[in-house]
Design a protein around this ligand. Structure first.
Ligand SMILES: Cc1ncc(COP(=O)(O)O)c(C=O)c1O
Length: 297
């Protein structure tokens, strides 16, 4: 259809959503289906989180909030980063979006120009390349074979970097493989990144609490503090607290990047839903002593 923008030719419908629809269709026909498509916990949002949203509604917290999120929620996120990741961020280095997905999209839209390259280790979450393409960038898919435990190595990273590289997307624990990067592997990647100061790193930590072996979770900004001013650490409540439908994700990184991402969001959705923000802050799941529900086994 000629009416559609050219950029639409560069993207594909989400295969995850197609698989989810197929699973629902087969379930509706009475078949016993276990759907391994959308990454979604199979338990319900905790009651105290729901209660926080009910109370927020009763208190009239139903208006626009700051685009970057309510200060109370950003404070909870700040405390979470310190408690779980030993990372210190100022409040203006944190922004809240409608899910980690929007936070990632904001970051790419704010930074990727035509011709810019984004390194995506494969296997990868299906949305990364399409987001890059929508922003006019080029995705550089780097195969990470099973022999490398589906992980990017220093050598493969070094070989993939060009003068056009803008971002490396690092997703650990990874969708779809569940791979978790060990500290020594991150240190090796950091060594390469130190030699290429034009490359930023988007760490997608959304599955932080879904680690199914003894590997301790760690994130690049924590183990490579000298790279912190070019790392965007993305996380959210979707997977940790079974809150996929509430749409709250967040990003923390250098202030100029966070400010630019917030500006992008200010012209699309504005703030994330006020009630969802209150639920995510609430009594506060992010900082409560309660272990995130999707906890390690
Ligand atoms: C790797 C990865 N990152 C980010 C997201 C987005 O999560 P949300 O937008 O629900 O916070 C998902 C969702 O499936 C994912 O698998």
């Amino acid at each position: 259809m000629d009416f559609l923008a050219g950029r639409l030719k560069r993207i594909n419908p989400s295969p995850t959503l197609a698989m989810t629809a197929k699973a629902l269709e087969l379930k509706a026909k009475g078949q016993d289906i276990i759907s391994l498509s959308a990454g979604e916990p199979d338990f319900d949002t905790p009651d105290h989180v729901k209660q926080a949203a009910v109370e927020a509604m009763a208190k009239g917290m139903t208006k626009y909030t700051a685009v970057e999120g309510m200060a109370a929620l950003r404070k909870a996120i700040q405390e979470k980063f310190l408690r779980d990741n030993h990372l210190t961020f100022a409040l203006d280095e944190i922004t809240v979006g409608n899910g980690a997905k929007q936070v990632i999209f904001n970051a790419l839209l704010a930074t990727v120009d035509q011709g810019d390259e984004v390194i995506i280790p494969a296997p990868y979450w299906v949305s990364y390349p399409d987001m890059v393409h929508l922003c006019g960038g080029t995705s550089v898919i780097v195969p990470c074979p099973e022999a490398d435990h589906f992980k990017l190595t220093a050598e493969t990273l070094e070989a993939a970097i060009t003068p056009q590289t803008k971002w490396l997307i690092l997703n650990s624990p990874g969708n779809p493989t569940g791979r978790v990067y060990h500290e020594n592997e991150l240190i090796a990647l950091a060594g390469v990144l130190a030699r290429h100061p034009h490359v930023y790193v988007l760490c997608d930590d959304i599955y932080e609490y879904l680690v199914y072996d003894q590997t301790p979770f760690t994130t690049l900004a924590a183990i490579a503090p000298t790279l912190k001013d070019r790392i965007l650490t993305v996380n959210g409540v979707s997977k940790a607290y079974a809150m996929t439908g509430w749409r709250i994700g967040y990003g923390a990184g250098p202030k100029p990047l966070i400010t630019a991402m917030t500006m992008v969001q200010s012209h699309s959705t504005s703030n994330a839903c006020s009630l969802s923000q209150a639920a995510a802050d609430g009594t506060s799941p992010l900082t409560s002593l309660m272990q995130p529900l999707a906890c390690r086994v």
